[in-house]
Design a protein around this ligand. Structure first.
Ligand code: C2G
Length: 151
């Protein structure tokens, strides 16, 4: 039984996350995920849109994920790897080299990120759509106002 372990926020769940989890699951027989808590995210300088409980629920619903546990700090990985008897520690390559210190107890793998998608981009896309919608409503209201003026 080969266990793969990974960590992340997984906010605004998107295909970049799904494709990573799918590839990680291919590396072994079991995939466990450390999901960053909201408190840890604020220490990472990240404020997630979706609360921790929802991000965990979504990860648990993913067919590639066998278990999810909280990631509360940077230091817990070594203990997690030993507890889960992980054979492979894997992350997207935006973390390239950052976790090589774990290579004495686990195989460390970095996989290419999925291009052109990120939580930030999803957030910006939603904001842009929201802005367009507000502008449409504003122009409809001003059009109505001019019609009323001409009554
Ligand atoms: N990812 C990816 N492709 C994307 C976006 C993300 O492969 N387009 C990968 C990242 O490389 C990471 C995982 O998906 O391995 C989760 O990404 P985030 O939720 O952004 O996680 P992050 O904030 O990087 O937290 O201790 C490690 C940290 O908890 C990682």
């Amino acid at each position: 039984m080969k266990t793969v372990i990974t960590y992340g926020t997984f906010d605004l769940y998107h295909v970049g996350h799904v494709r990573l989890l799918s590839r990680l699951r291919e590396l072994g027989d079991r995939l466990v995920v450390g999901c960053s808590t909201d408190e840890f995210n604020s220490r990472k300088g990240k404020r997630s849109v979706m609360p921790y409980e929802q991000r965990v629920e979504i990860l648990r619903a993913c067919r590639y994920v066998d278990d999810v546990f909280p990631e509360n700090n940077w230091e817990q990985k070594r203990g997690d790897i030993l507890r889960e008897k992980a054979d492979i520690f894997a992350m997207g390559d935006d973390w390239l080299g950052k976790f090589n210190d774990l290579s004495d107890i686990v195989e460390v793998v970095y996989l290419p990120r999925t291009k052109d998608i990120s939580t930030t981009e999803v957030r910006q896309l939603v904001k842009a759509l929201h802005r367009d919608k507000i502008n449409q409503v504003r122009s409809a209201v001003s059009h109505l106002a001019s019609l009323v003026d001409n009554l």
